[in-house]
Design a protein around this ligand. Structure first.
Ligand code: NAP
Length: 301
């Protein structure tokens, strides 16, 4: 069985930073990634709030973090973590068919977009239905699109799309928003953004790609059809914590309970980045978590 000082689950900003700190403290580590390195950062077109870069693509920032971790000696493993055993001092992690062991585990597996749960959503994904405005917005230049959601992501997506598209509908199930007043004000000031509140997307229309959506007013029950080429779903995120259920304490939404020091309910198991209970989920805060977790591993006997 392969053994490391730290098993890092997730190759996003939290995972890479944790590796950099643990390796610089003389520890060995492996970074496990299910699909493509970078996580949500990797699919962000422009990052303009990571200090040191006025603007950088998520892919490029991922490459830089990855190179730094690998140069310091991080091992990489691609596969899906299906099971963990944190029942004694030595931690065991099952990756596909392989079991590896570590003195510590840093869970940095991030979060994925929540789906709307409307019929044909999966079928039309990438054919008009998108979960990332900055990744896919340019494909809808000059077209009419809709954004579903009432949080900051939905508003920032709508503002981004309003600069590219002819018209943007914001469809939200209530008439008040979770988005910050500043974002709401900016969207209200845009002539090509129209709000459709107290409403939900109830059907997706289009043969090979999306051509329209059916929207139901949740107060009156009335349904209307909107011709749109794109639907951007921005209704929150779901933490990638399924394999850890029962192994560490989580909150009701499935986020792993841990403070700024990233320590979970299990000694030697840390949660860093978007998987952790926290108020601000950004690349920079994920990196901060990774630093705490990597430093803690470095200090382990
Ligand atoms: P969020 O704040 O949780 O908002 C999710 C939105 O989707 C809510 O308006 C919610 O409606 C709606 N929603 C949830 N499930 C739905 C469903 N099944 N059908 C229709 N609508 C549904 O998520 P977020 O916008 O992704 O933001 C996540 C966190 O990141 C927040 O803390 C946010 O402030 C932060 N963030 C910050 C920035 C920034 O500071 N620049 C940018 C983006 C995100 P209800 O309101 O009715 O529940």
């Amino acid at each position: 069985m392969e053994k490391y000082n730290a098993i890092i689950i997730g190759a996003g900003p939290a995972g890479y930073t944790a590796a950099i700190y643990a390796l610089r403290a003389g520890k060995t580590c492996v970074i496990i990634e299910k699909l493509v390195p970078g996580g949500q950062m990797g699919t962000t077109a422009h990052i303009e709030n990571y200090p040191g870069y006025t603007a950088i693509s998520g892919w490029e920032l991922t490459e830089k973090m990855k190179e730094q971790a690998l140069t310091l000696g991080a091992a990489e493993m691609f596969g899906e973590v299906t099971e963990v055993d944190f029942s004694d001092g030595e931690k065991r992690v099952t990756v596909d068919e392989n079991v590896i062991s570590g003195d510590a585990v840093i869970i940095a597996s991030g979060a994925r977009p929540r789906k709307l749960g409307v019929d044909r959503e999966d079928e039309l994904m990438g054919k008009g239905v998108s979960y990332c405005a900055t990744c896919d917005g340019m494909f809808f230049r000059g077209k009419t699109v809709a954004v579903s959601g009432g949080g900051n992501t939905a508003f920032e997506d709508a503002l981004y799309l309003a600069n590219l598209c002819k018209k943007v509908y914001i469809i939200h199930r209530r008439d008040t928003f979770r988005a910050s007043p500043a974002n709401v004000k900016k969207a209200e000031a845009k002539e090509n953004i129209e709000f459709i509140t107290d409403s939900a997307v109830c059907a997706l229309v289009g043969e090979k790609s999306l051509s329209a959506i059916e929207v139901k007013n949740l107060k009156t029950g009335e349904t209307a059809s909107l011709e749109v080429g794109g639907l951007f779903v921005a209704v929150g995120r779901i933490p990638e914590t399924e394999p850890f259920r029962g192994a560490v304490e989580m909150d009701e939404a499935g986020y792993i309970i841990a403070g700024e020091d990233t320590e979970t309910s299990v000694k030697g198991v840390f949660a860093a980045g978007d998987v952790r209970t926290k108020s601000l989920r950004q690349i920079i805060t994920a990196c901060a978590d990774g630093a705490y977790a990597g430093e803690a591993v470095g200090a382990m006997e």
